[in-house]
Design a protein around this ligand. Structure first.
Ligand code: ADP
Ligand code: ADP
Length: 231
């Protein structure tokens, strides 16, 4: 039932900062799991390790009960782990469709097949009911739309575990409601989601469990039902 189990993760940066100290973090299949903690608590570091951006000094990662080595983001994607960054990693000079297929569809003479990219994006946006215009330039998009493109890009890679780094920080209340509806649908279709957030009211609205970090350590994992704002 556990899709992810990170055990005893320790990470010291080159400057000597102990960002993660013996952290255990497990996620059940099909849940929306919150990761909460103050700035500097070590949340991003833990997620960067899971997505292959940083390497831990100590610790193990299991996916579906099997030990895995995640040496790069390509490894993470191959293993079915996707990440939507707080500051998006889209290429502004390309269209929505080109961004979605970039890194997955092969290039011909250095160029992506634009027509195919548009078809793929149209099919994805219909399947998941994300209204994005495949031919729009990414540089013209609002942050809410950019976020949709990043989520669709991960879904095109058929990820089974999606990390969202403070996804509501850049959204209006209305966009947040729309995102939550979409996340609930994705959850129903079997996707597992890690939701990094500071906002307990949002966590209570869409997450089932929460893991709290403080000063680089895991404080604990709790069911969200029954949590009070003082916790
Ligand atoms: P959070 O995501 O909870 O805000 P981070 O994982 O970003 O926490 O940061 C944990 C600690 O590690 C902080 O003290 C931060 O300044 C430090 N840190 C983060 N990234 C780096 C880095 N690349 N090099 C050095 N220190 C870092
Ligand atoms: P985010 O919250 O999106 O991770 P940050 O502003 O915390 O953005 O960090 C931006 C980049 O700087 C990240 O790659 C992070 O690892 C790095 N970083 C954060 N804190 C430090 C630090 N104390 N020393 C060096 N790099 C850091």
């Amino acid at each position: 039932r556990e899709i992810l189990s990170m055990k005893n993760i320790t990470k010291v940066y080159g400057n000597g900062v102990l960002a993660n100290s013996h952290v255990d973090f497990s996620v059940n299949r099909g849940e929306i799991h919150a990761l909460m903690g103050e700035n500097g608590a070590g949340k991003s570091t833990l997620m960067k390790i899971l997505f292959g951006i940083e390497q831990p000094d100590e610790g193990t990662i299991e996916l579906d009960g099997k030990p895995v080595k995640i040496a790069s983001s390509d490894d993470a994607l191959r293993l079915g782990i996707g990440m939507v960054h707080q500051h998006f990693k889209l290429v502004s000079s390309l269209t929505v469709a080109e961004n979605i297929v970039l890194g997955k569809e092969p290039k011909k003479n250095g160029f992506l097949d634009r027509k195919k990219a548009v078809e793929i994006t149209r099919a994805l946006s219909e399947r998941f009911r994300f209204d994005v215009d495949p031919t729009a330039a990414v540089s013209d998009l609002s942050v809410g739309k950019k976020q949709k493109v990043e989520i669709l890009k991960a879904l095109y890679r058929e990820v089974k575990l999606l990390i969202l780094d403070e996804p509501t920080a850049v959204l209006t209340p209305q966009e947040t409601e729309e995102l939550f509806e979409q996340l609930n649908k994705l959850k129903e279709s079997g996707l597992t989601i890690i939701f990094i957030s500071h906002k307990l009211n949002e966590i209570k609205e869409i997450c089932q469990r929460i893991t709290i970090m403080r000063h680089g350590k895991g404080v604990g994992t709790y069911d969200v039902t029954g949590l009070t704002v003082e916790d």
